[in-house]
Design a protein around this ligand. Structure first.
Ligand SMILES: [Zn+2]
Ligand SMILES: [Zn+2]
Ligand SMILES: [Zn+2]
Length: 323
């Protein structure tokens, strides 16, 4: 195995001379790069699927002023327990920029935004944290339309907060490496995004219990269902009704009276189908128009599923920008 060495003094000189980083205060640069190294995935914490260390550094350098410039609140160098809540804002900006870059063409066509900062400036909210969350949610929505697998999705804000807490813990731990007691000032791992298991080992806590339960509930809703033929799903014989849930896409029931007024298209005349509002039709048209340019396979929208929240087109999802 060849040994690879990095001259840290040269690295520091390069960082100080890089014109992309001119807006960053010199004393913060080393800490920022330490944070970038940790948060993009290291021995203790997970990485973002499809985003390697080189991408993290490239995206940071391209958006350095937006992510850590003095006019923004928070900087990636703020990883101490007193200021990590501010550092979290910079971390959200970093994550948003990463996914924005990967799906840049969608932002350009749908939001006429060339840069993540332009999109950020279009968002107004009561608090600075809320503004960041709304901005990330906008990016998440666009990304969700274009991806093929769950792991390409932007993690939820609470999952990102856990990831950031782990980053801060590792940063502090490394800082302590030169001190007598490495535990000084370190919060407990269970307060920093890890979970203590029964065997005493720590595992990554991916998300809050409530969110995990909600995801589980949605998966159950989408995959399980009743098959009532006569009861119209209005008695407690229907397993969906019994759990106080509406019938869902996996139900095989007939003449269902437990689906919030929605009627399946195949079983009714179009003229009776007044549950499908004009607004839905408009959304449908937009979706088809938007994708028709990109869709190289030229196939009709057989593979296009539209619901009020999720738009998934499998043909288009293959067409993700790699640059
Ligand atoms: Zn039923
Ligand atoms: Zn059902
Ligand atoms: Zn039903």
């Amino acid at each position: 195995m060849t040994e690879r060495k990095l001259n840290l003094n040269t690295l520091k000189r390069c960082l100080n001379q890089d014109p992309n980083l001119a807006s960053i205060s010199p004393d913060m640069k080393c800490n920022i790069f330490k944070t970038l190294f940790i948060t993009s995935g290291c021995d203790y914490i997970s990485y973002f699927s499809g985003h390697g260390k080189a991408t993290f550094i490239e995206v940071f350098c391209q958006n350095a002023q937006f992510i850590c410039g003095t006019e923004m609140e928070g900087c990636l160098s703020e990883t101490g327990s007193q200021d990590k809540h501010k550092g979290f804002l910079a971390f959200l900006r970093l994550v948003g920029c990463l996914y924005f870059k990967k799906h840049w063409s969608s932002f350009a066509t749908q939001h006429s935004c060339e840069t993540p900062r332009q999109l950020f400036e279009s968002v107004l909210a009561e608090t600075v944290k809320k503004r960041h969350e709304m901005w990330i949610n906008m990016i998440r929505e666009i990304v969700s339309e274009r991806i093929l697998s769950e792991e390409e999705r932007i993690p939820s804000t609470s999952a990102l907060e856990r990831h950031w807490n782990r980053t801060c813990w590792v940063s502090q731990f490394w800082q302590n490496a030169v001190s007598q007691d490495v535990k000084v000032g370190l919060p407990l791992p269970e307060e920093s995004g890890w979970m203590c298991q029964e065997d005493g080992c720590y595992a990554i806590g991916w998300d809050s219990i409530e969110l995990q339960e909600r995801v589980k509930g949605t998966v159950e809703f989408l995959t399980k269902g009743c098959s009532c033929k006569k009861s119209k799903c209005i008695t407690s014989q229907c397993s969906c009704r019994k759990q106080q849930k509406n019938c869902g896409p996996a139900c095989k029931c007939m003449d269902c009276g437990n689906n919030n007024g929605h009627v399946e298209n195949s079983r009714v005349d179009q003229s009776e189908d007044d549950t499908y509002s004009d607004e839905d039709h408009r959304e449908d048209e937009n979706v088809n128009n938007y994708y028709s340019d990109d869709d190289e396979s030229g196939s009709e929208s057989d593979n296009c599923y539209v619901t009020s929240e999720v738009v998934v087109d499998f043909d288009v999802m293959m067409d993700i920008d790699e640059d």
